[in-house]
Write a protein that binds this ligand. Sequence first.
Ligand code: GDP
Ligand code: MG
Length: 163
Amino acid sequence: MLPQVIIIGRPNVGKSTLFNRLVGKKLALVDDQPGVTRDRRFGEAHLLGLDFTIVDTAGWEDEDPSSLPGRMRAQTEVSVQGADVALFVFDARAGLTPLDEEIARWLREQELPVIVVGNKAEGRAAESGLLEAFSLGLGDPIAFSAEHGQGLGDLFEALLPHL
Ligand code: GDP
Ligand code: MG
């Protein structure tokens, strides 16, 4: 069994782009795993010699705040089901939103190591967003660009101790 890395974050931060970046040409092998909830996608990821299962989630896609407890429960289930580490992805250009902070608060309560990934960090527009992320209490953020493939070395180094 490969170690498992789960991608968590609010909609539109680039979770699926990150998933595709790490799965690459193996995308065709992505397994929708019948029997598990449909808001998860599994793939076999390769990163500089590290092999792991990557899980793309869409648990916070529903913006209706009234369904938050249900989504939290669903995500709790996901996280305890065999994940070794979570990638908390935020949009470093947009900076932190209340939903990001909500998710971060929830993640701090889990017994899962978390790596903070500031995506869309190509160029200087991400600098203040990355600084904001230090306040989350989840460790130093990685400056990343899923679209441009930047930050892969830093992600590798952050993952290494957990896999
Ligand atoms: P998800 O909802 O979190 O899965 O986000 P997606 O992967 O669907 O991406 C949302 C949008 O952000 C898309 O338009 C992507 O092209 C864009 N995006 C993803 N990664 C990057 C990045 O590194 N830089 C920039 N500028 N845009 C990105
Ligand atoms: Mg997505």
